[in-house]
Design a protein around this ligand. Structure first.
Ligand SMILES: [Zn+2]
Ligand SMILES: [Zn+2]
Ligand SMILES: [Zn+2]
Length: 151
């Protein structure tokens, strides 16, 4: 773990050591100033002054990777770098979890057989028998009557 605070670059064995270092070596000394700035290399808010000490001490957690906010629900080991992240997570334990998925499967299993009968019964208006007056007469009959059969 490397401290990327500007012109520091100390290396630490663990997240805890690193975060402790950042807090004592970089954040706390700013308490004597009126503003707090993050000087972590590549930080989005690099060198942007803040008036809040608590903001900075929380903010550097994002860089060091320490996650001091732990979910207290038994069986859950989620940790978060911010109170907000934890606050978003905790309610998920109390929602009737994964309702969307369950609903969906119910819908899937429910027989949805409201199939519209698209096919209108095509009435084939067919006269039972062409006049039996020889094959040509029958043929003529068909030729004449075919267009009328298509409704
Ligand atoms: Zn450092
Ligand atoms: Zn930063
Ligand atoms: Zn949890």
């Amino acid at each position: 773990m490397e401290c990327k605070w500007i012109s520091c670059h100390e290396v630490f064995q663990s997240v805890v050591e690193l975060s402790e270092h950042v807090r004592t070596a970089h954040v706390e000394p700013m308490s004597t100033h009126d503003v707090f700035v993050c000087l972590w290399e590549g930080c989005k808010v690099f060198d942007k002054p803040s008036l809040s000490h608590s903001w900075l001490s929380k903010h550097v957690n994002a860089h060091t990777g320490v996650k001091p906010f732990k979910c207290m629900i038994s069986g859950c080991s989620m940790t978060f770098s911010s109170r907000e992240g934890l606050a978003r997570h905790v309610p998920s334990h109390f929602n009737d979890s994964k309702p969307a998925k369950r609903q969906r499967s119910e819908n899937d299993s429910s027989p949805k057989k409201v199939m519209k009968k698209k096919k209108k019964k095509i009435r084939i208006l067919r006269q039972a028998k062409p006049p039996a007056q020889g094959w040509s007469a029958a043929c003529n009959y068909h030729l004449i009557s075919l267009p009328f059969q298509k409704v």
